[in-house]
Design a protein around this ligand. Structure first.
Ligand SMILES: Nc1ncnc2c1ncn2[C@@H]1O[C@H](COP(=O)(O)OP(=O)(O)OP(=O)(O)O)[C@@H](O)[C@H]1O
Ligand SMILES: [Mg+2]
Length: 278
């Protein structure tokens, strides 16, 4: 089959980990707006529909645009709630049906980006099984490292035991290999990097390099700790929107640097226009 005859298939990006508050929804929103700004048609699916942070972020964006700047780039959004069925069999079947329905509705898009909850459930695991690219934001603290693996020192050697989340990703990779699908490209990004604690930052870096080899993920440099991320949420804006007139936010040097971090993430993931085959 020639390249032109290939059936259209959107690229699926899942943003996930099992730790609450590590920046999944913030990262999802920034990836989505970056892709929209590159001219892609983007669909979004909120698999953390009950908490609904991504859905609220997008609602805030639509209201803000209505009230002040007129039009704004928006993805086509779907919210998939977990089934309330009583038996596991029924609820899993319903979750699968609902997620596949949302994906079918968004299938004409170039990208579908999933935001997932900070805890394990069947719907989230199912979402991960579709990932071409999995982006895992990790708070830059040793406490959060156990989301990837338990790290112990034994006889001067590092002993790493993969966490349940890493095992889940490994299982999804196995499943894809059996189905002869392309492997999941797993990218871990550090979030909330401190500007002061240089030693801690270096030690984390060394340990993450070890984990990257062992668990087979790529490391992205990530985002610094910046108040602006919290300030943008109520307006539904991202760092990528701050060039637009009427945002009410004056670009500072810190914002320029932060925006550069988002672009670097896009580069590492390989989502820039020139890198993406369609
Ligand atoms: N780099 C950062 N600097 C400062 N604040 C940040 C940064 N990243 C995220 N935050 C803030 O941390 C909080 C949690 O972020 P977010 O909601 O994106 O995390 P989450 O992983 O989606 O959480 P949950 O597991 O509850 O869904 C938000 O208030 C967000 O604005
Ligand atoms: Mg979230």
């Amino acid at each position: 089959m020639t390249e032109q005859n290939k059936p259209h298939r959107p690229r699926i990006v899942v943003v996930g980990n099992e730790k609450g508050g590590s920046g999944k929804s913030t990262t999802t929103m920034h990836l989505v707006v970056s892709l929209l700004k590159e001219g892609y048609r983007v669909g979004t699916i909120d698999l953390d529909a009950r908490q609904g942070t991504l859905s609220r972020y997008l609602e805030n964006r639509a209201s803000f645009a209505n009230g002040s700047i007129g039009s704004i780039l928006m993805p086509e959004h779907r919210r998939v709630y977990r089934s309330q069925a009583v038996t596991t069999q029924e609820s899993e079947a319903e979750d699968k049906k609902n997620l596949e329905q949302a994906m079918t509705e968004l299938w004409d898009r170039d990208f579908i980006v999933f935001d997932t909850p900070g805890s394990d459930n069947y719907l989230s695991r199912l979402g991960h099984s579709y990932a071409d690219i999995l982006v895992t934001p990790l708070n830059d603290s040793f406490l959060d490292m156990d989301m990837l693996a338990k790290v112990e020192v034994q006889n001067d050697e590092l002993k790493l035991t993969p966490s349940t989340y890493s095992q889940m990703v490994w299982e999804q990779r196995q499943q894809r290999a059996i189905q002869r699908k392309k492997p999941i490209d797993w990218v871990v990004m550090r979030n909330r990097l401190s500007h002061i604690d240089a030693k801690n930052k270096r030690d984390m870096g060394v340990l993450l390099e070890h984990l990257a080899k062992r668990l087979q993920f790529r490391l992205a440099s990530g985002f610094g700790e910046r108040v602006i991320f919290r300030e943008l949420f109520p307006k539904g804006l991202t760092l990528l929107d701050l060039d637009e007139k009427g945002t009410g936010v004056t670009m500072s040097m810190s914002h320029v640097a932060a925006r550069q971090e988002v672009r670097s993430l896009l580069n590492v993931i390989g989502l820039n226009k020139e890198d993406v085959p369609n």
